[in-house]
Design a protein around this ligand. Sequence first.
Ligand SMILES: [Zn+2]
Length: 337
Amino acid sequence: MHTTQSEKQDTPINRVIENFSPELAAQLRQVYIHIMSGKELRGWNPKWNIQFRPENKIFLYYRGNALVLTIYKKSNAFNVCSTNNTLKEKAPEIFQSSLVKEATDKRIGIAMEELFKLLIQENWLEIMEKVIDDNYKKQNKESQRGEEEREDQEKEVEQRLAAKLEGRSDFFVIDTEIRISGQVQKDDMLALQRAQDGTYNFVPIELKLSSDAGTERKRGGNKRNAVGQACEFCKTVKKNIDKFKESYKIIYNHKCDLGIFNGTSEIEILSDVMNPIVLVIGESNDAVQKLEKHAKDKTWNKDGEKGCEGCEAKNVCVVTVRCCSETDFINHPLGRE
Ligand SMILES: [Zn+2]
């Protein structure tokens, strides 16, 4: 079937850093080691998480917000900005640093070799943490939570789960906040699950906090609940499977170079089986039970054939709803006891 999207020349996912040089890897590795230095401690609560983004961007996530590093294609330099737009107002010291090459209201240009010095020695990460923490305190005082704050909270859980699963080889998150070119909405998390023979499958994950399990998001003109979103996500991955495999193999290697993943050899990702999950974090409630029922009822019968219209799986919808605590998910991501 031909659609305008598949005819487009651009890559459906473009998250590969074009000039991922050994120098860049070395700089980022230092930063990563620093931000994860509490990893071995008991009660480790990772605050930061690194993800690669389209257009040569690296996002350093903190509580759902991000410090964005954009690599200039030709020079060894970064453009730094924040998804929190109050950077200059709240952290003027960053803009006044003698190591900053150029600065506008929201962005700062720095040399790549200064990255560690700026982020760690000049405490930029700590300054960013404070700006974001203050924002959260302000939000908590305001009685009504808007949709944006809810999404930030969801992203915070996403980043924390991704960070906590780093270092595992049976199940880990390869990416979060996935946006396919030509699509408006973002998908929450994409994990890789290892089979017995050592190969991997993609696992699309739609994340919800149980308090928000009943919310619906607009997808392609229609409102979809979390099960519908997971079905669509699964369908997107299937439709673009070759691009996904190609891009995420490279991203896996980048992350191994940074020490985020422990892999030593090429990863083999299969095209077929996928078990998309709606992951609800928290206690079960009416909305969660409704989702569970919806996942089971999504099967349709047409012309003697059975399947799911959403994920286009044969026989039954392949989405499962899992409701548990963050700790339970970290300990048993595959649902085994
Ligand atoms: Zn389905």
